[in-house]
Design a protein around this ligand. Sequence first.
Ligand SMILES: Cc1cc2nc3c(=O)[nH]c(=O)nc-3n(C[C@H](O)[C@H](O)[C@H](O)COP(=O)(O)O)c2cc1C
Length: 176
Amino acid sequence: MDFKDIVQKRRSIRKFTDEPLTPEQLQTILRAALMSPTSKSCRSWEFIVVEDKDMLYKLSRCKAAGAEFIEHAPLAVVVLGNAENDDVWVEDASIAAVSMQYQATELGLGSCWAQVRKRMMGDGNLSDDVLRMLLGYSDSLRAVCIVAFGHPAIERKEQDESKLKWENVHIYEKPE
Ligand SMILES: Cc1cc2nc3c(=O)[nH]c(=O)nc-3n(C[C@H](O)[C@H](O)[C@H](O)COP(=O)(O)O)c2cc1C
């Protein structure tokens, strides 16, 4: 698949079959994250791979709403930025996350991002703090998102070329 087709085909998939990812698929997805560009090449993100069903359930309840789909995914990757080493940890972690999503599409897999940064549980606890308790990562690390991966159990239409917001693109023209 050309990259042009991958970007069109990628859609958020929130329903997965029970089929697990192969170790090769997982490695290829993580490779994409580890090859993603970072500011000053600091590469200080960290990734926690979760396949354990109980933990997937707990991850799916780490915020008030919007992460439920993780419960039935065969695998999820918690994407962490390092707020001590990297002044642009949000950007670096986000680029790694989306790189994994494009790689998953190329492998014929589905994925969906669940936002963690700035999200809370119903009781007001920060989702990042909930995940830190569950997974035991250090205070310098901050969760940006959780990306769930799996074999799609639904088909989604590819992106509609006619609906692209070209009006949001502005070409600068030098004044005469
Ligand atoms: C920063 C960011 C946060 C997102 N957070 C969530 C989320 O918490 N839960 C969810 O189901 N989808 C989430 N998504 C997926 C978006 O809802 C999805 O990308 C958007 O609706 C467009 O659909 P598409 O990905 O199929 O093109 C998020 C996507 C981004 C980029």
